[in-house]
Design a protein around this ligand. Structure first.
Ligand SMILES: NC(=O)c1ccc[n+]([C@@H]2O[C@H](COP(=O)([O-])OP(=O)(O)OC[C@H]3O[C@@H](n4cnc5c(N)ncnc54)[C@H](O)[C@@H]3O)[C@@H](O)[C@H]2O)c1
Length: 277
Protein backbone atom coordinates (compact mmCIF):
# COMPACT_ATOMS: atom_id res chain seq x y z
CA UNK A 1 0.00 0.00 0.00
CA UNK A 2 1.26 3.50 -0.86
CA UNK A 3 -1.54 5.57 0.61
CA UNK A 4 0.71 8.59 1.26
CA UNK A 5 2.31 9.04 -2.16
CA UNK A 6 2.77 12.79 -2.69
CA UNK A 7 1.69 13.56 0.90
CA UNK A 8 3.67 15.34 3.59
CA UNK A 9 3.52 14.43 7.28
CA UNK A 10 4.81 15.82 10.59
CA UNK A 11 5.44 13.39 13.48
CA UNK A 12 6.39 14.58 16.96
CA UNK A 13 8.31 12.18 19.17
CA UNK A 14 9.55 10.52 15.99
CA UNK A 15 12.98 9.60 17.36
CA UNK A 16 11.76 6.56 19.29
CA UNK A 17 8.99 4.03 19.88
CA UNK A 18 5.55 4.75 18.46
CA UNK A 19 6.63 7.95 16.68
CA UNK A 20 9.58 6.22 15.04
CA UNK A 21 7.46 3.28 13.86
CA UNK A 22 4.83 5.67 12.50
CA UNK A 23 7.36 7.87 10.68
CA UNK A 24 8.82 4.75 9.04
CA UNK A 25 5.36 3.40 8.19
CA UNK A 26 4.25 6.68 6.57
CA UNK A 27 7.54 7.01 4.68
CA UNK A 28 7.23 3.36 3.59
CA UNK A 29 3.81 4.23 2.14
CA UNK A 30 5.24 7.15 0.17
CA UNK A 31 5.08 10.16 2.51
CA UNK A 32 7.73 12.80 3.04
CA UNK A 33 8.03 13.00 6.84
CA UNK A 34 9.41 15.68 9.16
CA UNK A 35 10.03 14.46 12.68
CA UNK A 36 10.29 16.79 15.67
CA UNK A 37 11.95 15.56 18.86
CA UNK A 38 14.42 16.52 21.59
CA UNK A 39 16.44 13.32 21.08
CA UNK A 40 18.80 14.37 18.29
CA UNK A 41 20.82 11.12 18.29
CA UNK A 42 17.72 8.94 18.07
CA UNK A 43 16.27 11.16 15.38
CA UNK A 44 19.43 10.94 13.26
CA UNK A 45 19.12 7.13 13.29
CA UNK A 46 15.49 7.34 12.12
CA UNK A 47 16.45 9.81 9.36
CA UNK A 48 19.04 7.26 8.16
CA UNK A 49 16.44 4.47 8.20
CA UNK A 50 14.06 6.66 6.19
CA UNK A 51 16.20 6.48 3.06
CA UNK A 52 15.76 10.12 2.11
CA UNK A 53 12.07 10.38 3.00
CA UNK A 54 12.49 11.47 6.64
CA UNK A 55 13.91 14.80 7.85
CA UNK A 56 14.42 16.07 11.40
CA UNK A 57 14.11 19.36 13.21
CA UNK A 58 14.79 19.69 16.91
CA UNK A 59 11.51 20.52 18.64
CA UNK A 60 10.70 20.58 22.34
CA UNK A 61 6.92 20.28 22.38
CA UNK A 62 6.75 22.07 25.74
CA UNK A 63 8.02 25.17 23.89
CA UNK A 64 5.26 26.85 21.84
CA UNK A 65 7.87 28.56 19.63
CA UNK A 66 9.46 25.21 18.74
CA UNK A 67 6.09 23.78 17.70
CA UNK A 68 5.31 26.79 15.51
CA UNK A 69 8.76 26.61 13.93
CA UNK A 70 8.37 22.87 13.17
CA UNK A 71 5.12 23.48 11.31
CA UNK A 72 6.55 26.46 9.40
CA UNK A 73 9.52 24.32 8.30
CA UNK A 74 7.19 21.58 7.04
CA UNK A 75 4.99 24.14 5.30
CA UNK A 76 7.91 25.90 3.64
CA UNK A 77 9.27 22.56 2.40
CA UNK A 78 5.99 21.83 0.58
CA UNK A 79 3.05 21.84 3.00
CA UNK A 80 1.44 19.61 5.66
CA UNK A 81 -1.20 16.98 4.87
CA UNK A 82 -0.90 14.83 7.99
CA UNK A 83 0.11 15.49 11.59
CA UNK A 84 0.80 12.98 14.37
CA UNK A 85 0.95 14.74 17.76
CA UNK A 86 2.69 12.00 19.68
CA UNK A 87 5.72 13.17 21.73
CA UNK A 88 5.47 12.33 25.39
CA UNK A 89 6.88 10.86 28.57
CA UNK A 90 5.49 9.56 31.84
CA UNK A 91 5.26 12.84 33.75
CA UNK A 92 4.92 13.13 37.51
CA UNK A 93 3.99 9.90 39.26
CA UNK A 94 2.65 11.60 42.39
CA UNK A 95 -0.78 10.65 43.73
CA UNK A 96 -3.31 13.48 43.67
CA UNK A 97 -3.06 14.41 47.37
CA UNK A 98 0.73 14.75 47.07
CA UNK A 99 1.01 16.41 43.71
CA UNK A 100 3.13 19.57 43.33
CA UNK A 101 2.12 22.39 41.03
CA UNK A 102 5.30 22.29 38.96
CA UNK A 103 4.96 18.54 38.30
CA UNK A 104 1.30 18.88 37.40
CA UNK A 105 1.93 21.80 35.02
CA UNK A 106 4.93 20.13 33.38
CA UNK A 107 2.92 16.96 32.73
CA UNK A 108 -0.07 18.81 31.28
CA UNK A 109 2.15 21.02 29.13
CA UNK A 110 4.08 18.05 27.75
CA UNK A 111 1.09 15.82 27.05
CA UNK A 112 -1.92 18.09 26.50
CA UNK A 113 -0.93 21.70 25.76
CA UNK A 114 1.56 20.43 23.18
CA UNK A 115 -1.24 18.68 21.29
CA UNK A 116 -3.49 21.76 21.37
CA UNK A 117 -0.66 23.93 20.06
CA UNK A 118 0.33 21.40 17.42
CA UNK A 119 -3.24 21.46 16.11
CA UNK A 120 -3.43 25.26 16.33
CA UNK A 121 -0.23 25.75 14.34
CA UNK A 122 -0.90 23.08 11.70
CA UNK A 123 -4.61 23.72 11.05
CA UNK A 124 -4.26 26.99 9.07
CA UNK A 125 -1.45 25.46 7.00
CA UNK A 126 -3.59 22.41 6.21
CA UNK A 127 -6.66 24.56 5.55
CA UNK A 128 -4.90 26.56 2.84
CA UNK A 129 -4.12 23.24 1.05
CA UNK A 130 -7.80 22.25 1.19
CA UNK A 131 -7.66 19.99 4.25
CA UNK A 132 -5.70 17.35 6.11
CA UNK A 133 -5.73 14.74 8.85
CA UNK A 134 -4.49 14.85 12.45
CA UNK A 135 -3.99 12.00 14.93
CA UNK A 136 -3.16 12.60 18.59
CA UNK A 137 -1.67 9.99 20.92
CA UNK A 138 -3.90 9.48 23.93
CA UNK A 139 -3.72 6.22 25.93
CA UNK A 140 -5.72 3.41 27.46
CA UNK A 141 -5.10 5.50 30.60
CA UNK A 142 -7.53 8.09 29.18
CA UNK A 143 -10.31 5.51 29.48
CA UNK A 144 -9.65 3.70 32.75
CA UNK A 145 -7.69 3.99 35.98
CA UNK A 146 -4.88 1.62 36.86
CA UNK A 147 -2.90 2.05 33.64
CA UNK A 148 -0.78 5.11 34.48
CA UNK A 149 -0.34 7.85 37.12
CA UNK A 150 -3.03 10.49 37.70
CA UNK A 151 -1.51 13.57 36.01
CA UNK A 152 -0.64 11.50 32.91
CA UNK A 153 -4.07 9.84 32.75
CA UNK A 154 -5.90 13.16 33.12
CA UNK A 155 -3.77 14.76 30.40
CA UNK A 156 -4.51 11.83 28.06
CA UNK A 157 -8.25 12.08 28.81
CA UNK A 158 -7.86 15.74 27.82
CA UNK A 159 -6.23 14.68 24.56
CA UNK A 160 -9.27 12.50 23.78
CA UNK A 161 -11.76 15.32 24.31
CA UNK A 162 -9.50 17.85 22.59
CA UNK A 163 -9.53 15.51 19.58
CA UNK A 164 -13.34 15.54 19.55
CA UNK A 165 -13.57 19.32 19.95
CA UNK A 166 -10.94 19.96 17.28
CA UNK A 167 -12.74 17.56 14.92
CA UNK A 168 -15.86 19.68 15.30
CA UNK A 169 -14.00 23.00 15.01
CA UNK A 170 -11.95 21.99 11.97
CA UNK A 171 -14.47 20.04 9.89
CA UNK A 172 -15.27 23.30 8.06
CA UNK A 173 -11.67 23.27 6.80
CA UNK A 174 -11.92 19.59 5.74
CA UNK A 175 -9.48 18.63 8.50
CA UNK A 176 -10.18 15.35 10.32
CA UNK A 177 -8.96 14.86 13.91
CA UNK A 178 -8.81 11.53 15.74
CA UNK A 179 -6.89 9.92 18.58
CA UNK A 180 -5.16 6.61 19.12
CA UNK A 181 -5.17 4.93 22.54
CA UNK A 182 -2.23 2.54 22.91
CA UNK A 183 -2.36 -0.14 25.61
CA UNK A 184 0.92 -1.51 27.01
CA UNK A 185 3.46 -1.01 24.20
CA UNK A 186 7.11 -1.97 24.57
CA UNK A 187 9.03 1.29 24.10
CA UNK A 188 11.60 3.28 26.04
CA UNK A 189 8.93 5.38 27.79
CA UNK A 190 9.05 3.29 30.96
CA UNK A 191 12.83 3.32 31.38
CA UNK A 192 12.98 7.04 30.40
CA UNK A 193 10.42 7.92 33.05
CA UNK A 194 12.62 6.48 35.82
CA UNK A 195 15.96 7.51 34.25
CA UNK A 196 17.36 4.07 33.26
CA UNK A 197 19.81 4.34 30.35
CA UNK A 198 22.39 2.45 28.27
CA UNK A 199 22.94 -1.27 28.83
CA UNK A 200 20.64 -1.32 31.85
CA UNK A 201 17.89 0.08 29.62
CA UNK A 202 18.22 -2.90 27.26
CA UNK A 203 18.04 -5.32 30.19
CA UNK A 204 15.03 -3.52 31.67
CA UNK A 205 13.31 -3.46 28.27
CA UNK A 206 13.64 -7.26 28.06
CA UNK A 207 11.83 -7.55 31.41
CA UNK A 208 9.18 -5.10 30.20
CA UNK A 209 8.65 -7.12 26.99
CA UNK A 210 8.07 -10.27 29.08
CA UNK A 211 5.58 -8.46 31.33
CA UNK A 212 3.86 -6.95 28.29
CA UNK A 213 3.25 -10.44 26.83
CA UNK A 214 1.23 -11.36 29.91
CA UNK A 215 -0.60 -8.08 30.41
CA UNK A 216 -3.60 -8.60 28.13
CA UNK A 217 -5.65 -11.33 26.42
CA UNK A 218 -3.52 -11.34 23.26
CA UNK A 219 -0.46 -13.15 24.58
CA UNK A 220 2.34 -11.14 23.02
CA UNK A 221 3.92 -7.79 23.72
CA UNK A 222 2.29 -4.77 22.07
CA UNK A 223 4.64 -3.24 19.51
CA UNK A 224 5.08 0.33 18.23
CA UNK A 225 4.20 -1.04 14.77
CA UNK A 226 0.75 -2.05 16.09
CA UNK A 227 0.05 1.60 16.85
CA UNK A 228 1.64 2.85 13.63
CA UNK A 229 -0.79 0.72 11.61
CA UNK A 230 -3.80 2.33 13.32
CA UNK A 231 -2.35 5.83 12.95
CA UNK A 232 -1.62 5.26 9.26
CA UNK A 233 -5.24 4.17 8.76
CA UNK A 234 -6.61 7.26 10.53
CA UNK A 235 -4.32 9.59 8.58
CA UNK A 236 -5.15 7.95 5.24
CA UNK A 237 -8.11 8.40 2.89
CA UNK A 238 -9.34 4.98 4.06
CA UNK A 239 -10.62 6.93 7.07
CA UNK A 240 -12.08 9.84 5.06
CA UNK A 241 -15.45 9.56 6.92
CA UNK A 242 -13.85 9.08 10.37
CA UNK A 243 -13.38 12.07 12.65
CA UNK A 244 -13.73 12.97 16.34
CA UNK A 245 -13.17 9.44 17.60
CA UNK A 246 -10.40 7.12 18.78
CA UNK A 247 -9.03 3.65 18.18
CA UNK A 248 -8.01 1.59 21.20
CA UNK A 249 -5.06 -0.67 20.31
CA UNK A 250 -4.47 -2.67 23.50
CA UNK A 251 -4.52 -6.40 22.74
CA UNK A 252 -7.78 -6.56 24.68
CA UNK A 253 -6.41 -5.09 27.92
CA UNK A 254 -9.58 -3.06 28.51
CA UNK A 255 -11.83 -6.14 28.63
CA UNK A 256 -11.49 -6.29 32.38
CA UNK A 257 -9.67 -7.80 35.33
CA UNK A 258 -7.41 -10.70 34.48
CA UNK A 259 -9.71 -13.39 35.93
CA UNK A 260 -12.40 -12.27 33.45
CA UNK A 261 -10.33 -13.54 30.54
CA UNK A 262 -7.58 -15.81 31.94
CA UNK A 263 -8.85 -19.29 32.90
CA UNK A 264 -5.71 -19.83 35.01
CA UNK A 265 -6.44 -16.83 37.24
CA UNK A 266 -9.02 -17.53 39.96
CA UNK A 267 -11.98 -15.17 40.19
CA UNK A 268 -14.76 -14.70 42.76
CA UNK A 269 -16.67 -17.89 41.92
CA UNK A 270 -13.50 -19.99 42.03
CA UNK A 271 -12.96 -18.69 45.57
CA UNK A 272 -16.56 -19.58 46.49
CA UNK A 273 -16.31 -23.10 45.06
CA UNK A 274 -14.99 -24.53 48.36
CA UNK A 275 -18.08 -23.26 50.22
CA UNK A 276 -20.50 -24.58 47.61
CA UNK A 277 -19.10 -28.12 47.72
N1 LIG B 1 4.39 2.85 25.36
C1 LIG B 1 3.17 2.75 25.87
O1 LIG B 1 2.77 1.75 26.49
C2 LIG B 1 2.21 3.91 25.68
C3 LIG B 1 0.88 3.71 26.05
C4 LIG B 1 -0.02 4.74 25.87
C5 LIG B 1 0.39 5.95 25.34
N2 LIG B 1 1.70 6.13 25.01
C6 LIG B 1 2.08 7.43 24.46
O2 LIG B 1 2.74 7.23 23.22
C7 LIG B 1 3.54 8.37 22.93
C8 LIG B 1 4.90 7.92 22.46
O3 LIG B 1 5.55 7.25 23.52
P1 LIG B 1 6.43 5.94 23.31
O4 LIG B 1 5.82 4.86 24.10
O5 LIG B 1 6.72 5.73 21.88
O6 LIG B 1 7.76 6.35 24.11
P2 LIG B 1 9.26 6.67 23.64
O7 LIG B 1 9.96 7.12 24.86
O8 LIG B 1 9.81 5.52 22.90
O9 LIG B 1 9.08 7.88 22.61
C9 LIG B 1 8.70 9.17 23.06
C10 LIG B 1 9.43 10.19 22.20
O10 LIG B 1 8.99 11.49 22.60
C11 LIG B 1 10.14 12.32 22.71
N3 LIG B 1 9.90 13.41 23.63
C12 LIG B 1 9.77 13.37 24.97
N4 LIG B 1 9.62 14.60 25.47
C13 LIG B 1 9.64 15.46 24.41
C14 LIG B 1 9.55 16.85 24.27
N5 LIG B 1 9.40 17.66 25.33
N6 LIG B 1 9.59 17.38 23.04
C15 LIG B 1 9.75 16.58 21.95
N7 LIG B 1 9.89 15.26 22.02
C16 LIG B 1 9.82 14.70 23.25
C17 LIG B 1 11.24 11.39 23.20
O11 LIG B 1 12.52 11.93 22.97
C18 LIG B 1 10.94 10.13 22.40
O12 LIG B 1 11.61 10.16 21.16
C19 LIG B 1 3.55 9.21 24.20
O13 LIG B 1 2.64 10.29 24.06
C20 LIG B 1 3.06 8.25 25.25
O14 LIG B 1 2.45 8.91 26.33
C21 LIG B 1 2.62 5.14 25.16
Amino acid sequence: MRRFEGRRAVVTGGASGIGRATALRLAGEGAEVLIGDIDEEGARAVVAEGEGRIAFQRCDVTDPGDIASLMVTADTAGGIDALFNNAGAGGTRAVIDEIDVAGWDATQNLLLRSVALGIREAAPLMAKRGGGAIVNTASIAALMSGAAPTAYSVAKAGVLHLSRMAAADLARHRIRVNAVCPGFITTNIFTSTVGIEGEKRDQANRVIAQMASNAQPIARAGLPEDIAAAVAYLLSDDASFVTGTHILVDGGMAVGMRHSWDPDTPGLFDSLAAFAA
